[in-house]
Design a protein. Structure first.
Length: 274
């Protein structure tokens, strides 16, 4: 029997384990980001090619995903892994790592700065931990199973006092002008990375983010960051989000929307499909 003494924490070992896990996620993201950044500045290092869906991929995407799978397999051999390039499925139960080795490959290919390494951990169907690392700007968005979301170690919050005027901004997909009607007084900006757009909301930079029909790997690394920062992700229609296609590795059944919990409903109502 353990003696209950002053200052004794029966959960100390578990908390230490969770902190170590969070540190590992950041280490892996920064390691992968350094590899990608070297190729980013060398136009010949990562020639792009088209996948079956006509989106871009490079050898660097594939190499980074293999590296991350290797790191995860060594640290957590019993966990499942799902990645944009290597496939796999997530589940509602157990632990699943969800990887996007370069979220924003289109920006990476065109030498635009908004792209990054996204690593998410889903536990029993919820976003337990995640990291989105943007190497060009050296921004590391991180959240663990407990505690606040952080940007380079400093806590962030999605709850901001935004007047929603001409100087406010909302992150949107590049096809917004063809697909959506947006009644919003501020600016709309297409930044090139779904996970980055979520993180901009999480740190209170963007009022909201319209994500389009994203896949799980597009959002998983940033989802824990958003939730710990007080943000919300859901279906644009307002209906309950159908997670089934996302867990199968497919695109969401309808467009997704992100905002702070306080502003979510009134901003969502400003966007409709054409």
């Amino acid at each position: 029997m353990i003696d209950l003494i002053a200052g004794y924490d029966p959960y100390a070992a578990e908390k230490t384990h969770l902190m170590n896990e969070q540190q590992l996620i950041e280490e892996w993201a920064r390691e992968a980001g350094a590899i990608a950044l070297t190729a980013f500045y060398d136009a010949q290092a990562a020639p792009p090619r088209r996948k079956a869906d006509r989106s871009w991929v490079t050898d660097i995407d594939e190499q980074i995903e293999l590296l991350l799978r290797k790191r995860i397999g060594a640290a957590y051999p019993g966990d499942r892994v799902m990645g944009e390039e290597g496939g796999g499925e997530a589940t509602q139960g157990g632990r699943v790592w969800v990887l996007d080795p370069i979220d924003g490959t289109g920006s990476f290919v065109k030498r635009l700065p908004v792209w990054g390494v996204s690593i998410g951990l889903m536990v029993d169907g919820r976003a337990a931990a995640g990291c989105m690392y943007l190497p060009v700007s050296n921004e590391c968005y991180l959240a663990g199973m407990e505690g606040p979301a952080t940007l380079n170690g400093r806590p962030i919050s999605a709850d901001i006092d935004d007047p929603f005027d001409a100087q406010s901004w909302m992150a949107v997909p590049s096809n917004t002008h063809r697909t959506y009607r947006v009644d919003y007084p501020g600016k709309t900006r297409s930044m090139g990375s779904t996970a980055a757009n979520i993180c901009y909301v999480a740190r209170g930079g963007a009022s909201a983010a319209l994500l389009g029909r994203s896949s799980l790997w597009d959002i998983a690394g940033a989802l824990a960051v958003l939730e710990r920062a007080g943000g919300r992700l859901g279906a644009l229609s307002g209906q309950p989000l159908d997670w089934a296609p996302l867990l199968r590795g497919e695109a969401a059944a309808e467009p997704l929307f992100v905002a702070s919990a306080a502003n979510y409903e009134r901003l969502r109502a400003r966007i409709t499909l054409r």
